[in-house]
Design a binder for this molecule. Structure first.
Ligand SMILES: C[S@@+](CC[C@H](N)C(=O)[O-])C[C@H]1O[C@@H](n2cnc3c(N)ncnc32)[C@H](O)[C@@H]1O
Length: 196
């Protein structure tokens, strides 16, 4: 069975410690995110990447957050309201995936960036999941993936749930994505950036 994030632990996702590890604003800027761009944050949770992305893309850009968990989306929407942000829209998706035909009127263009941070190890049908979202990545658009390293570590999901970089590459190669950057973040996580 897939390891699904427990929303009771949501505060950990936006902790200062996590900010120090990922430096989300710096990471997104270095990945090439710019003012005016459109971003999909898939498995956006309570907005660890969606909020800094919204700041970078500014009022001429948009961030679309997708998540299975209404509790996580509610937490993100409260932060959006508190901070008076008006360029983030969120969508609740089902375990069967997303039907873009139902929401495409609310999404004005394809995504320049898709973020999948700490979500792919939670997805049982990875290939169809990737197909659904990657269809919405523009030509030249970038996919940012952060995942748990496939090794035993003190925290995080069991090793059987983790995705080795090679597994991901093999899958993403089939989707005609080209790896342009790769980095081990720390003992727990790796980062990959791919381009369509
Ligand atoms: C570990 S959290 C990471 C949240 C955020 N990306 C971050 O890095 O802070 C994983 C999130 O992915 C969501 N998730 C899991 N499977 C999903 C799916 N198939 N579609 C959309 N969201 C999913 C979970 O509900 C959870 O909010």
């Amino acid at each position: 069975m897939a390891h699904i994030f427990n929303p009771e632990n949501k505060d950990k996702l936006i902790s200062d410690e996590r900010k120090k590890i990922f430096e989300p604003e710096k990471l997104l800027n270095a990945a090439g995110l710019k003012n005016g761009m459109s971003v999909f944050d898939v498995g956006c949770g309570n907005g660890f990447f969606a909020l800094p992305a919204a700041e970078i893309v500014g009022s001429s850009g948009s961030v679309f957050g997708f998540d299975l968990s209404q509790e996580m989306l509610d937490a993100l929407n409260s932060r959006v309201e508190e901070l008076d942000i008006n360029n983030i829209k969120t969508f609740k998706v089902s375990e069967e995936g997303i039907d873009f035909s139902e929401i495409k009127d609310q999404i004005n263009s394809k995504a320049d960036f898709i973020i999948m941070a700490n979500i792919l190890h939670e997805v049982p049908e990875l290939e169809s999941f990737l197909d659904d979202y990657l269809e919405w990545l523009s030509e030249g658009g970038r996919l940012i993936i952060i995942e748990w390293r496939k090794k035993e570590t003190e925290e995080g999901p069991g090793i059987e749930h983790r995705l080795a970089p090679k597994e991901l590459y093999d899958l993403l190669n089939k989707k005609e994505l080209r790896a342009i950057y790769s980095r081990i973040i720390n003992n727990n996580y790796y980062l990959k950036i791919l381009e369509k």
